[in-house]
Design a protein. Sequence first.
Length: 382
Amino acid sequence: MDMTPESQPSMAMAAATSLGSLELAIILPTLNERDNLAPLIDRIEGALGESGWEVLVVDDNSADGTSDEARRLSLSDPRVRVIQRIGRRGLSSAAIEGFCATAAPYVAVMDADHQHDPKLLVDMLASVKSGEAEVAVASRFADGASMAEWGRPDREKLSSVANMLARKLTGVELSDPMSGFFLLPSATARMLVPNLSGIGFKILLDLLATSETPLKVKDFPMNFSARRSGESKLDRAIALDFLAGLYDKSFGRIIPTRFALFGTVGALGVLVHMAILYAFMQLASMNFSWSQAVATFGSMTFNFWLNNFLTYRDRRLKDADKVFWGWVSFIAACSIGAFANVAVATTLNDRGLHTVFAALVGIGIGSVWNYALSSRFVWGRY
Ligand code: GDD
Ligand code: MN
């Protein structure tokens, strides 16, 4: 047989067709799921057979070495690929990363923790391929689904309330718009990507609400199991992320979500300021200047703490020294904001603008300054 290099491409092509070409990419967003990966890939192979699929692990730089584990698996199994993201977080944005990194005509997203049964992928793929549905959704709330094995009645309740709200607000009609297990043509996903909010965890809802023509959805009742190892990443932030996401979809283009949160924290800070001022003057009988100084530092500290907890929860400063220097730089940033505030308000007031309006414009400009400086220097990356 002729084994010159020229004859090899056609042999390679013959091998590719006999293996079956790539049809489905399964995106596994991961955060500390090292021990779940290998067994899950075995289960996927059990469900889909040897070829025609690939797994894309999109890992947000997990501390447990999930990325390295995915690379280790990939060395002996090229169906496994890995995208390791550094300095970025989020289930939705991880899914988006996956949509854009595959050549497979169909994509599925599922939990990496074995809560979703890969066997369902077979019917989900068949229904989307045949055109019966444009999106196949594994549902926890469809007839015949079960959550008994999940063992989380609290989350079950939260999910059903969130689903109801989501249906009302977006007009999307399906039993589980918050499901983390769904399948669709990758071209559809990529077409919608530029208009997705990409925030939080509700990527399916985001896709459905973004599409201009309603997508035809088919529900697949699933048995939502307990996670195999590790703990849920969504427990703590899920309610807040959900609300932030809804806000982002409705008003986010007018006032960005983060700035809205920053502003809300600032407004609460004014209340804290007043409370401290009152306490020091009335209860401790201190003079105004001292009380005002204490109240100013107190409210700045409160704002720093709440912004660290809420507004910048995805970049939260945790180590004691980082928190300390973050607090110092927050106070420095706010002082610059306060200077801009006073300068602008005074100028406007001098030119005849009513005191109240001049003060409001000053506060507005000061807040934008505080926001810009602190998101760059306190919670930013240098
Ligand atoms: N890359 C990345 N980045 N992956 C993440 C992140 C993140 O910030 N947060 C979570 N993940 C991964 C987890 O490692 C897991 O594979 C999957 O996303 C889902 O997270 P879980 O921690 O397993 O969430 P859950 O089981 O509590 O939440 C379930 O219900 C939600 C709706 O109520 C899941 O089914 C979710 O997919 C679903 O949206
Ligand atoms: Mn899970």
